[in-house]
Design a protein around this ligand. Structure first.
Ligand code: NAI
Length: 339
């Protein structure tokens, strides 16, 4: 891998033999959309993360207050706030990881694709800023519809000549978090031991939990499989309806995004065996450029995308159905970015 960008607070230090070494390697994380329902609790969780040294909060409004508030927590993470386009460069400079939850969330009755008209433009302009100010950073895209916004981000980065498929990840960790919770509840397992891979994408039937691959190994009846699969696919809508117009998942999303950020940073630091499900450029599913599956995170972002495990006939059927859906969302993102 190439040299990693050092953030502003890394210090060159001379050893006794006169060699220059980097004394501090910073982990600067920027959150774009930091004042929002996801952004704020995510910022709190990252303020508590030992692998983060600098946390830059960017939004079009209210960032100064969130940054001032968080900065009083007595943890080692340095928090700074940036507001409005003219300040985004400062937020992004030297960032190793940029997490993007900017954009509008769903209201009851909306699909994630209904957000496209507003969020596509937001993601496009934010990723343009990333291509300019932190071209080597890893991006975690949360803004919906993820099935399209990742394609938009990729096109923007390609146009700027800085696209590295290893460094662009759509965040689907919440689907795994939900699947783990629901499976543990249904089977009376300790949730901390449960891992359910979730593949495909992040909307409706494109969310495909692999209940045949749960760790620890469990068996389900076919009605349990259908019930759990549907619940995992509709879990976001469960929250949207319970919030009754006040937005979509924010706390569980922040939790999932913090886990994804942590894993991304551990990979960047060179830890081995770091794996998460994420929506990335992938050859796993024929005919699609992007697909969510378990990926290995390493020093340059995505280090490996293992092939899919053997699917059950039910899962294979679901996969066959979701592929055309994902293809449509991908094409919509590409068309938007090229227009
Ligand atoms: P929110 O409305 O509470 O917060 C969004 C924030 O983005 C606001 O503070 C707003 O000022 C900011 N923003 C808008 N335009 C911006 C721009 N151009 N630059 C910087 N900031 C900008 O919404 P919430 O609940 O935090 O959700 C954010 C996004 O995350 C939505 O698109 C939602 O659909 C998505 N989401 C994704 C999930 C996933 O699993 N990937 C799960 C839950 C939500």
């Amino acid at each position: 891998g190439g040299a990693r960008a050092l953030c502003a607070c890394s210090r060159m230090r001379a050893t006794r033999r006169g060699r220059l070494v980097v004394a501090v390697r910073c982990s600067k994380v920027a959150i774009l959309g930091a004042s929002g329902g996801i952004g704020q609790p995510l910022a709190l969780l990252l303020k508590m993360n030992k692998n983060v040294t600098d946390l830059a909060l960017y939004d079009i409004a209210n960032t100064a207050g969130v940054a001032a508030d968080l900065s009083h927590c007595n943890t080692g993470v340095k928090v700074t706030g940036y507001t409005g386009e003219e300040e985004i460069g400062g937020a992004l400079a030297g960032a190793q990881l940029v997490v993007i939850p900017a954009g509008v969330p769903r209201k009851p009755g909306m699909t994630r694709d209904d957000l496209f008209s507003i969020n596509a433009g937001i993601v496009k302009s934010l990723v343009e800023a990333c291509s300019k100010h932190c071209p080597g950073a890893v991006l975690n895209i949360i803004s919906n519809p993820v099935n399209s916004t990742v394609a938009i981000a990729a096109e923007v980065l390609k146009k700027a000549g800085v696209y590295d498929p290893k460094k662009l990840l759509g965040v689907t960790a919440l689907d795994v978090v939900r699947a783990n919770t629901f499976v543990a509840e249904a089977k009376g397992l300790d949730v901390k031991d449960v891992d359910v891979p979730v593949i495909g994408g992040h909307a409706g039937i494109t969310i495909l939990p692999l209940l045949s691959q749960v760790s620890p190994s469990v068996s389900f009846t076919s009605s349990e499989i259908e019930g759990l699969t549907t619940r995992i696919q509709n879990a976001g809508t469960e929250v949207v309806e319970a919030k009754a117009g006040a937005g979509s998942a924010t706390l569980s999303m922040a939790y999932a995004a913090a886990r994804m950020a942590e894993s991304t940073l551990l990979g960047l630091k060179g830890e081995s065996n770091v794996m998460e499900c994420a929506f990335v450029e992938s050859k796993v599913a024929e005919g699609l450029s992007y697909f969510a599956s378990k990926v290995v995170l390493g020093p340059n972002g995505v280090a490996d995308i293992p092939p899919l495990p053997a699917l059950s006939p039910y899962e294979q059927q679901c996969l066959d159905k979701l592929i055309p859906e994902l293809a449509k969302s991908e094409a919509k993102g590409v068309a938007f970015a090229s227009a």
